[in-house]
Design a binder for this molecule. Sequence first.
Ligand SMILES: [Zn+2]
Length: 458
Amino acid sequence: MKTPGPFQNFRSQLGEAQFPAMFGHSGAQLMATLYQIEQSQWWSPGDIRQAQASQLLALVQHARQSTPYYDKKFTDLPEWDNPDALLEAWDKIPLLTRSDISAADSALYSRAPLPLHGRQREISTSGSTGKPMHTLSNELVNHFYRAIACREIMWSQRDMTRKLCAIRPDRHKTLEGVERESWGRPMSLLYDTGPSALLYSTAPISYQVDWLLEHQPSYLLSMPSNFQGLVEEFDRRGAELDSLEQLISFAETLSPERRRLLTDFFGVPVKDLYSSVEAGYIAVQCPEHDHLHVQSEAILVEVLDSQGVACEPGEIGRVVLTPLHNFSAPLIRYVNGDYVEVGKPCSCGRGLPVITRVMGRERNLLTLPDGSRNWPYLAIGHWEEIAPIQQAQVVQKSVETLEIRLVAERQLTPEEQSALENFVTEQLRQSFQYEISYHQKLTRGRNLKFEDFISEIN
Ligand SMILES: [Zn+2]
């Protein structure tokens, strides 16, 4: 018997109407978007670009009319009134850097938020560059995020009746883990899913292994550096996860070497995705290959060389993002600090652009005084609430000592310094001796990756 595809086995919300299924309000909206992006992924690159242009025009017009930042910044640019004219002039639009965002602060927020785009919320992140920033999101942005989350699951052909486990930073922060009856939203809006369990990534690696052996997940989501720690601990114990069918890697760069190591050790494929707090899904792994497809229905991704010219396949350039649906705090041609390699059009037939490598964030695990290790959550996105910190990086010098490297407007006062140290201790759930050092800038290391946590142990 053929295994059911993602557009089967829906959970109908209306009794006795099982086929075709009926959905609740959020589920119906999600299905409507999924139906459309199921088609648009197969469009030609030109048709996708044309559809994006209409959305970009609405975004740029709204940004100019309602945000002080763009009103001022775009003064010398013409008033575009059609998508073709906008596309024609697109590369004349100035880039938006992290420093611009920090300096602009709420001048990037729309003074006329659109009520139908839903409730707004403020978000803080350090992205993959150690530079704190604030921005706004809303429910429409969240809707498209969910649609791409569903697409990612469908592309990876996960069986939604099985168990999903995630080890990552999250707001519950429970070091014992939490269990759920379903995979939660968005999939629970459409399907009867299997159970899931979530563990805060600051849990020691040895506890993570116990927890995984107890839960026996089919699918496990975590960060590459955390997966590496798991490999070493499983290997040390000679233990195996028999239930495992797929790993899902996010939040950090997954190098081809690490992908191979994980695949060899666990004997399952690794599915990678490239996303960020401020921009949502940027690219998701192709169903048929290891490379990633840009999520063009939600975001415009440009890859530019040092002259500002679009890179050709095989070239590496900096990432410039324009999320298409954030009218609360539009980010237009936002330079997120990452570098990627452009790929050739994919043989799978999808018209979505290809990224073959992401040089984003890389990090190490933290070693605690008792010798245990974990994935340290630093919450650098919140550091600018403590002191005028523009960029940060943490280096573990020994099991007792962490160096906190800062780019800051000025030296921290003793009060700010102790507030920062307390905050870090609280995040790490462990106190260390801190050494604060000041720098003009913190640059990307080898392979253009930014390391926000470096361990010099071993
Ligand atoms: Zn493909």
